[in-house]
Design a protein around this ligand. Structure first.
Ligand SMILES: Nc1ncnc2c1ncn2[C@@H]1O[C@H](COP(=O)(O)OP(=O)(O)O)[C@@H](O)[C@H]1O
Ligand SMILES: [Mg+2]
Length: 349
């Protein structure tokens, strides 16, 4: 497989697609809270330091301030109700305890918008339940068809895999992904199996997916409420029939998605590069927001090579690296303002 020049090495640690260094001002973990003036919309955030660095950049904070939005760090060691008051809580932290704190807070503070509900986020931490909504939707219209690759869940017993794969009629090569997708390095260790026998070398619990040739380019569809932005990224190259009959074994490719370079300015075959039709993406995004109960996520979509309109969603991530989404600062601040305006409207009716 010719990955050279397309996939760059990635650092260890928690998955974060954007790895930019924050220029200038450093954020200490808990700066003194600014005076909370009533004219400001206050957004409390509970994010990892890595996320703060890639997302809460000076440009975003500056723009937000100009639009009347203040970002305030949440102190996880103090009760949430003693902090703020917040109009919005923005979070991406894991752990059962934190989920419980947020659920309790949502119940006792219905006037605060929690982005997003912990239960809904949890749904994306399992690669089987993650794509179920897309499969259920069965989206097909004049713009195209969107599905998921044929897949199979293996909970345990690697020796049963060749039989299970044959029974389910999954075609080789097969992508094996850890069932849990919690953002840890381990959960992004994917493998590509070329032959039936080698499947026994895989380590359950796994989702096994047919590898869909897609011309080595995928689409990242970023969603912020009702706004959608699409970018191209280099992806795994096609596997041809000759390669399949000559190669055996399992090839591991850790964290390939974190390292994939932008393909937006590359000289690509137009049939591969063409973005999925916007009306199709709008329908998909709107429906997924509704079914998943989420407003901040992205989708990895591929187009089956040789077709114009056959698309597959292969991955969904909560609160992705928005630093890579064009104009995210404007989009995000407008989105936060619209939430606050809706809260205000609700209160006054
Ligand atoms: N079914 C598939 N067919 C073809 N390529 C795939 C498939 N699933 C994943 N890939 C490739 O592997 C990469 C990582 O897979 P993904 O499911 O997005 O895992 P991660 O959670 O690590 O981002 C994708 O960006 C794509 O390049
Ligand atoms: Mg991915």
């Amino acid at each position: 497989m010719g990955l050279q020049g397309q996939i760059i090495p990635y650092k260890n640690g928690e998955k974060e697609e954007d790895d930019d260094e924050r220029a200038g001002k450093e954020i200490s973990s808990f700066p003194p809270p600014p005076p909370l003036h009533s004219k400001f919309a206050v957004v409390g955030y509970a994010l990892t330091s890595k996320k703060i660095k890639s997302f809460l950049k000076p440009k975003l904070e500056g723009l937000a301030r100009n639009k009347g939005i203040l970002f305030v760090a949440i102190d996880q060691n103090r009760p949430l109700s003693d902090q703020g008051p917040f109009d919005i809580v923005l979070h991406k932290l894991t752990g059962k305890e934190w989920r419980q704190i947020l659920e309790d807070y949502r119940r006792t503070h219905p006037e605060v918008t929690v982005l997003d509900p912990p239960d809904a986020i949890q749904h994306l931490h399992n690669r089987q339940s993650m794509l179920q909504c897309v499969a259920d939707m069965n989206l097909s219209n004049s713009y195209g068809k969107v599905g998921i690759p044929k897949q199979l869940v293996i909970k345990k017993d690697a020796s049963s895999i060749p039989g299970a794969v044959a029974k389910a009629g999954l075609m080789l090569p097969i992508v094996a992904k850890p069932l849990v997708a919690d953002g840890s390095a381990k959960s992004h260790e994917l493998s590509l199996a070329y032959d039936q026998q080698s499947l026994q070398k895989l380590e359950p619990p796994l989702v096994l997916q047919e590898f869909v040739n897609h011309g080595g380019v995928m689409f990242k569809v970023y969603i912020v409420g009702e706004t959608i932005k699409v970018v191209r990224r280099f992806s795994l190259p096609d596997v041809c029939k000759r390669e399949l009959s000559n190669i055996a074994g399992v090839f591991r490719f850790p964290r390939v998605s974190c390292a994939a370079a932008s393909a937006d300015n590359a000289d690509l075959d137009p049939g591969v590069a063409e973005l999925p039709p916007r009306p199709l993406l709008e329908k998909l995004a709107r429906e997924l927001c509704h079914r998943l109960g989420l407003r901040l996520f992205n989708l990895d979509i591929i187009r089956e090579h040789g077709t114009r309109d056959r698309f597959y969603v292969i991955d969904i991530n909560y609160f992705p690296g928005y630093g890579k989404m064009p104009e995210y600062e404007h989009i995000f601040t407008d989105f936060l303002l619209s939430l606050v305006q809706n809260q205000y409207k609700k209160k006054s009716t």
